[in-house]
Design a protein around this ligand. Sequence first.
Ligand code: F7E
Length: 322
Amino acid sequence: MKRALITGISGQDGSYLAELLIGKGYEVWGLLRRHSVPENQTSRLEAIGLLSNPYLNLVYGDITDLPSLLNIMGKVLPQEVYNLAAQSHVRISFDQPAFTTNADAVGVLNILEAVRTICPAAKIYQAGSSEMFGNEVDDDGYRRESTSMRPVSPYGCAKLYAFNLCSVYRSSYGMFIANGILFNHESPRRGLNFVTNKIVAGAVAISKGEASELALGNLEATRDWGHAKDYVRAMWMMLQHETPEDFVCAMGESHSVRELCEEVFSELDLDYRDYVTQDRKYFRPTELHDLKGDSSKLRKTLHWEPEYSFRGMVEEMVAARL
Ligand code: F7E
């Protein structure tokens, strides 16, 4: 039986990945940070019935706490480590730049050192992000593995440090480390302060008469949105490949926040223009304006294909919220 350790198991991606790996016969270990409201921490896992699953084990630890990682690596001796833990909100990374850097950059250094010291043969998946590119883009409008990276947020800077460090550990120590460069991925389990689920929750509340407006920030930014369930499958595939490499995971199509509003509100027979307002507080000091990814390498090398379309994903999110 294979053993995998997932950091960030309480998040959207962690819950989908735990489901996927348990379904494949893995013993899954998840790292949990201590919160003052413990009930909130495992709500996603509880909602899908995983908390009582005998193949899921949760341990307290934190990627910013190297001793905790050393202990856990020694106890679990994982064959695969998926590092999904992060301060993942780009806007909030401007408010908490040091915390973001500690978790998203130094935290990765800790993971690499813990694995190198205790279980150097373990394969590592590092959750990189399209935010690392910033506004750099190839002439055809796509971003791919070879596109230059110049982030525009503290979050993007921290993720880029981690991405580069993983490449250095890979070549210096021969460790198996795959960097995923994942574009935005969503689902009914997405946190409500990311724009997709914020719009879905706001529109559903309006349709039920529980709210009268929805305040958003920049409506013109575009994103390449896929489904988290499809994207965690790509993470697993990256670790089954014979060599550790970097892969972009994206749908290859982009939509603006405004189009997303149109799509979600029309699912509920509403016109978003009657309800959506803009508030400066949701704008970022610097914005990544447009995002579209080319995942040809992932599709050709690992035969990854998404099962969800953009519209299918939106429909699922609206239905789940209703
Ligand atoms: O924003 C605009 C906002 O916060 C998307 C994370 O998973 O994907 C995610 O980062 C767009 C931006 O995601 C609101 O300005 C407008 O242009 O949903 P988001 P993100 O920043 O793209 C990447 C790949 C990651 O790695 C990150 O971890 O929507 N927007 N109005 C808004 N965004 C939010 N959150 N709230 C608004 O009211």
